[in-house]
Ligand binder design. Structure first.
Ligand code: NAD
Length: 245
């Protein structure tokens, strides 16, 4: 694992993943919409003694993603590990009142953004015949959640894309897996909890404590490492058991 790319690397799970990958010896490129957060993560990677590169990029824009992946390889070298992680939560509202424009943006970022990341990184990994990718889905990829039509639909899409990509590379030394975190203490869960407090829209089965970004980052790092060399197409829950409750 020498050069890693993390999308949404300015935020909770992405930042923890960038730091964990640096600690494991990777140089890390960070893509995010938020330049302030992205620069902070890059500084943390450098503090760990690794090279860092932050590029302000909208993952839902194909031209920007193509250019960013190009630039990462030009400046840091071939990407061998990719955390395809950026995502947004949208709003909490019953489906019959769910705003069309919010649904569209969730499709753009959570579904198309993950597709574009896979597309541009696999286009480089496939000719080299090696590399590992982890898409950040959610336990919302395998269950319903009242009030979260856009989020749940797009996280199901992330799992579908993971399975297609894993089959495309099956039999090679490239692997594509998904992590399915339950609630994790980041800006996103604070936003959802605040909205749910107003609307009463989200109900969670099981009563596990919220995870920390590092809990998910550790699993992403494992799945990106050679220790997981026989794991492909997996949907790896990181939820302290709440989904099976
Ligand atoms: P976060 O909001 O802290 O981080 C998300 C990051 O993605 C932010 O830095 C944001 O600027 C960036 N981003 C948003 N839209 C972008 C775009 N179009 N292009 C580039 N960057 C963009 O949230 P988080 O909790 O760290 O979420 C990371 C991933 O984990 C998301 O895919 C989310 O759906 C998933 N997830 C989170 C939880 C949770 O409880 N926090 C649970 C399950 C899954």
């Amino acid at each position: 694992m020498t050069v890693a790319l993390v999308t949404g690397g300015g935020g909770g799970i992405g930042r923890a993943t960038a730091v964990a990958l640096a600690a494991a010896g990777a140089d890390v490129a960070i893509l995010d919409l938020d330049a302030g957060l992205g620069d902070e993560t890059a500084a943390l990677v450098e503090t760990a003694g690794r090279r860092a590169l932050f590029l302000r990029t909208d993952v839902s824009d194909g031209a920007q993603m193509g250019e960013a992946v190009d630039q990462v390889e030009r400046l840091l070298g071939p990407i061998t590990a990719f955390a395809n992680n950026a995502g947004i939560e949208g709003v909490v509202a019953p489906l019959h009142l769910y705003p069309d424009d919010v649904f569209d943006r969730l499709l753009q970022v959570n579904a198309k953004g993950v597709f574009l990341g896979l597309k541009h990184v696999l286009a480089r990994m496939i000719p080299r015949g090696e590399g590992a990718i982890v898409n950040t889905a959610s336990t919302s990829a395998v269950r319903g959640r009242a009030g979260l039509a856009g989020y749940v639909a797009t996280k199901h899409a992330v799992l579908g894309l993971t399975r297609v990509a894993a089959l495309d590379v099956a039999g090679t030394a490239i692997r594509v897996n998904a992590v399915l975190p339950g609630p994790v203490e980041t800006r996103m869960i604070r936003s959802l909890d605040e909205q749910a407090g107003r609307s009463g829209g989200i109900r969670r089965a099981g009563a596990a404590a919220y995870g920390q970004p590092e809990d998910v980052a550790g699993v992403i790092c494992f799945l990106l490492s050679d220790q997981a060399r026989h794991v492909n197409g997996a949907a790896w829950t990181v939820d302290a058991g709440s989904t099976v409750a």
